[in-house]
Write a protein that binds this ligand. Sequence first.
Ligand SMILES: [Zn+2]
Length: 278
Amino acid sequence: MPLVSGLDVIAECTTRGLVAGAFNTTNIETTMGIVDAVERVGVPTFIQVAPTNVKLSGYEYVYDMVARRLATCPVPVALHLDHGKSLTAVEDAVAARFTSVMIDDSESPYDTNVATSAKARELAVPGIALEAELGSIGGKEDDVSPEHASTTDPAQVRDFVQRVGCDMLAVSVGNVHGHAPDARIDFDLLTKVREESPVPLVVHGGSGLPAEQLGRLAEFGVVKVNVASDLRNAMIRAFGEAYAANPHENSLIRVSLDAVAAITDVVEQRIRQLNPSA
Ligand SMILES: [Zn+2]
């Protein structure tokens, strides 16, 4: 089917009690691997790309690649801008027909974050989902590595969401970007945030969280969980292992297909961990 709006993914997941994985793509192998897994499991999903990862090709190429693969996929999937750190990035993704965008000004003072995010709401015209971030998620991924990570303050949540008009809210409740084996969700804080939020929540840093925690997020109003590092590592490992096994290996397509299969396995595992009853 054609790409759907992020609003449709949110609505279907909310209705069915599911959590959408949001998987970062960088290239055709990652894209193929993600969609193969989505077809196996049948859970609505976001495919996303951060501004740092369009250096090779630009947003239009990513749109074309993802939309072409999804044409034969029966599961609803939205194309999302991950960590739009500027309004220009949001504008560019919207111009390239992305169906969901994130504005991330979470490192700025509260009022600045509200103002920037509200401007992104104007750019994300009706039909495009908007994610904004309150509290700054720690760890390092892409160009996202705040000097001062901070948790989401429940007292700010309702005011922020109402003033921005976002459709989902990224929260910092113990989750950490990138390789973070010690990251743990603070479910007490997540509960307080959820009670204040008029919209569903988003958890970044899915790669670092244990399966047992991922499987509980649906009960806490979480609709989207970002996973990037796992997929990237699967692809890089496939190429590293091929080279280590034979430095004269020259079948690029064989190694590429191995990488796709490895990515598919990782994505399927994460979707099932997020939705143990699906
Ligand atoms: Zn993130």
